[in-house]
Design a protein. Structure first.
Length: 403
């Protein structure tokens, strides 16, 4: 299985190394929408599923509400413009899947996931499961809504797992099937309980371990946290715990991370009880965790600008860039046309705006110059080639390095 460092080309502010589309996703996610989804799936309000209002009292796998929840998620995703698949894996278990095809590498898959089944078992009003894991499910629905019209290089699968509470049964079935068919899963971001912060310290955890590219995915999460100034005190757990659906992908040989509240140090006291309700949410914390998780997944999927690999971006006066071949496996020729002499720094940037290759840094005379760019020392992915002047202005182009 191919292990790569997942990277994203940047084409906007050098000072903050932010991607305009990623920032737009963060800005576009609405906390009011996410809270409404949680209210609907946890029985706080009735929902219309086609035959009159119903209340989803429980999402436990043995409760009738589990089937209602399946209908609810399918209906929501359809309303956002997706075709859904209810993947059956036993007599009652159903994973709900919606796929957004990639524009450049549709065979490469990035998953955003959460589990919709609930605890505890029992009768009416017994398993609202607002935090565990209504919070993750709500973030996924909002991501599906916001991302629908945004093209990405890789395929995104929005996955809602069933029977996680019975031993990750739904996600194990999916992950093992994908591995058996040699499907290319490039990364998994699993959200499980992201809305409780009892002591207000803003702590949360990302769980990873050295399996496939899991540690690189965690690095991407921290990069998003820093670059977009999301106010969460994020801690890394390595080796990560195996109690949620991300671990199903580790077992199948894929890279994955878990996004979760500070479960061990500040655990939700209503966990797996009938009182796991939305009234106990720290709403600002929930919003930040949702945005961090979704933005990290979006970075892995790589927002696609169909003009970025062929057109230079205006900014630096008197400097134009080209790159050929593009995409390329190892080497490319970078051409620079200098209309106004001066110092120019030409470099290659990775997903977090760090320079990974410096092509040149020199005072250049007016005229054309061609430079050999050796990419053999960096991982496959999308990068930005930037030509920057001393005044801070720059031009940049997208460059794809293939395996």
């Amino acid at each position: 299985m191919r292990t790569i460092l997942l990277l994203l080309g940047l084409t906007c502010s050098v000072a903050h190394a932010q991607h305009a589309i990623i920032q737009g996703i963060i800005d576009g996610m609405e906390i009011d929408s996410m809270l409404t989804y949680v209210e609907e799936m946890s029985g706080e309000v009735a929902v219309e599923l086609g035959s009159g209002p119903v209340v989803i009292n429980s999402r436990h796998s043995d409760h009738a509400g589990n089937a209602l929840a399946q209908q609810y998620y399918e209906q929501k995703l359809a309303a956002f413009g997706y075709s859904t698949v209810a993947q059956a894996f036993n007599a009652t278990g159903r994973n709900i899947l919606a796929t957004k095809l990639g524009s450049v590498h549709p065979e490469e898959i990035v998953l955003l996931c959460a589990h919709y089944d609930a605890m505890p078992p029992g009768g009416l009003y017994n398993a609202p499961a607002a935090d565990d894991d209504g919070s993750g499910c709500a973030a996924l629905l909002e991501a599906a809504r916001v991302l629908h019209d945004i093209p990405f290089e890789r395929t995104i699968v929005f996955a809602l797992w069933d029977q996680e509470e019975q031993g990750k049964i739904g996600s194990i079935y999916y992950a093992n099937n994908m591995a058996a068919n040699d499907e290319e899963i490039m990364g998994v971001v699993n959200m499980d309980a992201i809305a409780y912060d009892g002591n207000g310290d803003r702590k949360a955890r990302v769980h990873a371990r050295p399996m496939a590219n899991s540690m690189a995915i965690a690095d991407t999460v921290f990069a998003i946290l820093d670059r977009y100034e999301i106010d969460i005190d994020l801690l890394l757990t390595n080796p990560g715990a195996t109690y949620s659906d991300h671990a199903s992908f580790w077992s199948a040989g894929y890279g994955a991370v878990l996004m979760i509240e500070e479960f061990s140090g500040d655990g939700n006291p209503y966990y797996h009880t009938p009182n796991d309700r939305i009234q106990h949410f720290d709403v600002p914390y929930f919003e930040k965790m949702a945005k961090l998780s979704v933005a990290s997944m979006a970075a892995l999927a790589m927002p696609f600008d169909p003009t970025a690999s062929v057109a230079h971006h205006s900014g630096a006066q008197g400097v134009a860039l080209t790159a050929y071949p593009n995409p390329t496996s190892d080497r490319s020729q970078v051409g620079i046309n200098v209309a106004e002499s001066g110092r120019v720094r030409v470099s290659v940037l990775n997903a977090v705006g760090q320079e990974v290759v410096v092509v040149l840094d020199a005072v250049l005379p007016i005229g054309d110059r061609s430079m050999d760019l050796d990419l053999s020392g960096i991982a496959p992915g999308a990068y930005t080639v930037r030509a920057a002047r001393e005044d801070g202005s720059f031009n940049a182009i997208r460059l794809l390095r293939t395996p």
